[in-house]
Design a protein around this ligand. Structure first.
Ligand SMILES: Cc1ncc(COP(=O)(O)O)c(C=O)c1O
Length: 375
């Protein structure tokens, strides 16, 4: 059988990884500033993380949600405390798209409405409901959906108020910082006014923190830069350093009922052990402080690099915008300088999503390499 060929792949086969580095089968060492779409939060093969999942696997890896799993409770408590979101309940699932799908479903249940408001260039995943809340980026084919979605320009509060005023919107879904779409973000006053308009029209506000969350932006969740309180927060990617897991943080005002949501694999023992160890490492190694320190260093040093039009994003969720397409630049960085970076639907944007453990020295390696390839 052949693979269903949906991914354009670089010709690199990683066989080993440690911290911010990956080695290929020929022993070439790469600096990983992309972390497999931003999932590597505490660094590749972090010893504590490896130990936690190995030990857990030798006890019990999986049993379904029909029996008690104290690790889910431990994860919920730690996540609540470390993120400052104690006033939410946690539903565990397996991926970002699934988290958003559950969030949108929940919003429909709670409000009795079905229309969703989302924003241009948003990306919320590829299951039916999540695709529904994804702008028509050319990577998503339109499909037949039960939940109608209205896409609005980011930061146009007048249009948001107008749509919510119609009274049929279940939820507004918005990324803390847009990822795949190219690192645009809502302004502080926009987030605040959206929250107010949601409250007034009894619409739920869903913050998709799947990429921008888990300390990546320099706050635990990117919306915390704006001091608002969403009704639902979705998370995945960095949550278990690459182990598949997703979470829906649900305001305590929304009451759970048996059978309302469900999953076979979600919150399994192994996924919880992985996620707990990620939170422990974020806390013990003060990774949020590291994100902010390295970000400040990055902002200072990047000024010395020519041809950059704009630096976008926050913390270690960064984009460098050029006035040319970055495809060739990314190839040169991988094959000449051995540095992984990312792209986005904005073809002129180089995306940087390194492990949160990255050091200033490693950023300096990137800056020097970038200067050399841009000559
Ligand atoms: C903001 C955002 N939401 C949702 C998703 C979907 O997550 P997953 O690929 O785990 O389904 C992504 C993935 O890139 C994302 O960046």
């Amino acid at each position: 059988m052949e693979l269903f060929d949906v991914y354009p792949l670089y010709n690199v086969k990683p066989v080993k990884a440690e911290g911010a580095y990956v080695w290929d089968e020929n022993g070439i060492k790469y600096l990983d500033l992309y972390g497999g779409h931003g999932v590597i939060s505490v660094g590749h093969t972090h010893p504590k993380y490896v130990q936690s999942i190995t030990q857990q696997l030798n006890k019990i890896g999986f049993y379904s949600n029909s029996i008690q799993n104290p690790l889910q409770q431990e994860l919920a408590e730690k996540l609540g405390r470390i993120s400052g979101c104690e006033k939410y309940n946690l539903f565990l699932c397996n991926s970002g798209a699934e988290a958003n799908e559950n969030a949108l479903k929940l919003a429909s249940f709670v409000t009795g409405k079905s229309r969703i408001v989302s924003f241009k260039n948003a990306f919320h995943g590829r299951t039916s409901a999540a695709v529904a809340a994804t702008d028509n980026l050319n990577i998503n084919a339109p499909i037949n959906l039960q939940q109608e979605v209205t896409f609005l320009p980011l930061n146009d509060i007048g249009l948001v108020i107008h749509e919510l005023g119609k009274g049929d919107v279940a939820a507004v879904i918005i990324e803390g910082i847009q990822g795949v779409g190219g690192l645009d973000e809502g302004e502080k006053k926009f987030f605040k006014k959206v929250k107010k308009a949601c409250k007034k029209s009894k619409t739920l506000l869903i913050l998709d923190e799947i990429q921008s969350g888990y300390a990546r932006s320099g706050q635990f969740f990117a919306f915390q830069h704006h001091k608002i309180k969403p009704d639902i927060i979705t998370t995945a990617k960095g949550m278990a350093n690459g182990f598949p897991i997703g979470g829906v943080l649900i305001s305590k005002r929304i009451k759970a009922k048996y059978g309302m949501l469900g999953t076979t694999f979600g919150g399994n023992h192994l996924a919880c052990a992985a996620a707990i160890s990620v939170l422990d490492i974020i806390e013990e190694e003060h990774l949020m402080d590291n994100v902010n320190e390295v970000y400040n260093y990055f902002l200072k040093e990047i000024k010395s690099v020519p041809k950059i039009k704009k630096v976008k994003g926050k913390g270690l969720m960064l984009g460098l915008e050029f006035d040319f397409e970055v495809g060739e630049l990314r190839k040169k960085l991988i094959f000449d300088k051995h540095i992984f970076t990312g792209g986005s639907s904005n073809k002129n944007l180089l995306r940087i999503l390194p492990p949160l453990t990255i050091t200033k020295e490693q950023v300096a390696i990137f800056i020097n390499a970038l200067k050399e390839v841009l000559v």
